[in-house]
Ligand binder design. Sequence first.
Ligand SMILES: [Zn+2]
Ligand SMILES: [Zn+2]
Length: 260
Amino acid sequence: MFNPKIASKLRALADRNWHIHTTYSTCAAPEMTPEHVLATADRLGLKSMALVDHHHPGDSHLDANLASLKSDVSRRPHRVEVILGAELSAYGIDRYAESLADIQAIDYRLYACNHYHVQSVAHPEQGWEHPDHPSPLGYKEHTLAILRKLIPSGRAHCIAHPYLGCYLSAYLDDVRAMTRLITNDELAELFALARRPYVAWEISTRHLIRDVPFARRYLDVGFEAGVDFHLGTDAHALCEIDPRPQVERLIEAMKAETVG
Ligand SMILES: [Zn+2]
Ligand SMILES: [Zn+2]
């Protein structure tokens, strides 16, 4: 049975988007200038949004980019509440692309733990770490080990697109084989670990919709445990800024999966 309370909880979160990339991320569409993003969020009537550009292993200019983004945002009048942050990298077990000093001044530190597709051409040793055994079980254990180190470290305010195998298509035949191995007890254990120091968990609509059986378990266990979820669409284009259509698609997909 699909729990209708989950649908209303998701809808209640859908007037904010805490995962948006701007042109300070090279993978964002050229239209994602801070000015266009602010105008779009205001037109949609969003309450708040977090701008979180990538900081991959081997990247530089984190401070300079954040300072420029802050100045771009302050120059344009807007109604939406803007949180200036970054999507940072826990690129292995206890391995981070940023020093602790680098991140102190960042208001919102969203940490990605599963950008397995990221390679560093300039510094191959700083490419994303992979497990010794590149199997679904190997990736599951690796992801959990990264989270068990990251969460108590005090670095992260929120975990980006947690657990999902969205970046593993080059490495696994079935990327959902990994999330199938993560038990509800393990989800509950990690949610509990994140209570202190307080770390939120992302509801990444665009990625969860590709793994609906996992989405249902993640949300069921998380809402049951009273987890503070942050909703984000991981927007790289203006048409992805509005969370509401993605939330509705996710709800419909979860309902259909229950029937099926
Ligand atoms: Zn990401
Ligand atoms: Zn992102």
